[in-house]
Design a protein around this ligand. Sequence first.
Ligand code: HEM
Length: 247
Amino acid sequence: MYVASALELFTKIGISWLLRYAHVVVGIAWIGLLYYFNFVQAQAFAKMEAPHRNGAIDQLVPRALWYFRWAAAATAVTGILLYGINQNLKQYEGGNTNHSILTGMLIGLIMLTNVWMFIWPNQRIVIANARGLLAGKEADPEAATAGRRALLASRTNTFLSITMLMFMTGTQHFFGSPHFDANGGKVAIYWIITIVVLAAIEANALGYVQGLQGPGTKLLENYKLVIEAAVALSVVFYLLWEIILRA
Ligand code: HEM
C-alpha cells in the first residue's frame, strides 16, 4: 500500500519534472524566435532592397515561422499539462502560487492566440505576396495591412513576454508566500485590474483602440521603446502583486 502510493508519487514528480524541462526547452525556442523576428529580422528587412527582402521572405521566413508557431503550441500544451499535474501534486495550495501561475498562463495564452490567430494568418498573406512578386505577378494590395497587423501582434507579444516570464519563473521561486492571507475581495480586485490591463493591451494590438496607425500602435513600431515598456509593465504587475496580494 505505502509502496504503491510512494511509486505513484515518484512517477508524478518524475513526469512533472520532465514536463517542466520540455516546457522550458520549447518555451525558449518560441520566445527566442520572437526576439529574433523583432530585434533582428524586422530591422534587417527595413534596410534590404525589395528583391532581396522578397527572397528572404520566400526562403527564410516560412522556416522560422514553422518552428515559431509549433514551439508556441508545444509550450502551451506542456504548460497546461504541467499545471494539471502540479494541481494534482497540490503544489499550489496554502500560498499565492496559484494566482501567480494563472497570471503567467493567461498572458502566455494571449500570446499564443496572437501567434495563431493574428501573426501566422497575416504572415501567410505577406509570404504569398513576396512569392507572387518573385514570380512576376502583381502586388497584393492587402499585403501591407497584413504585414502591419502581424507586426503589431508580434510587438505586443514582445511587450508581454517579460511579465509572462516573471510569473513563470517566480511562481515557485519568489511569489509563493506562506503568509498569504489575501481575502476574496483583494483577490477579486487583483484579477479585475489584471484582466482590464491585459484586455486594453490586446485591444491596442488589434487596432481597436485608435486604429492601426494610432498613437498606441505607433509606439509598438520602435522596438527599443517596446523593450522599455515591457520592463515597465513587469514593474507594474510586480507592484500590483505586492500592494494587493502580498500579506
Ligand atoms: C503558453 C502558455 C504557457 C503556459 C500555459 C505555461 C504554464 C506553466 C506552468 C503551469 C508552469 C509551472 C509553474 C510552477 O509550478 O512553478 C510553468 C513554469 C515555467 N514556464 Fe511556462 N507556460 C507558458 C509559457 C511559457 C513560455 C513562453 C516560457 C518561455 C521560456 C515559459 C517558461 C517557463 C519557466 C522558465 C517556468 C519555470 C520552471 C521552474 O520554475 O521550475 N512558459 N509554465
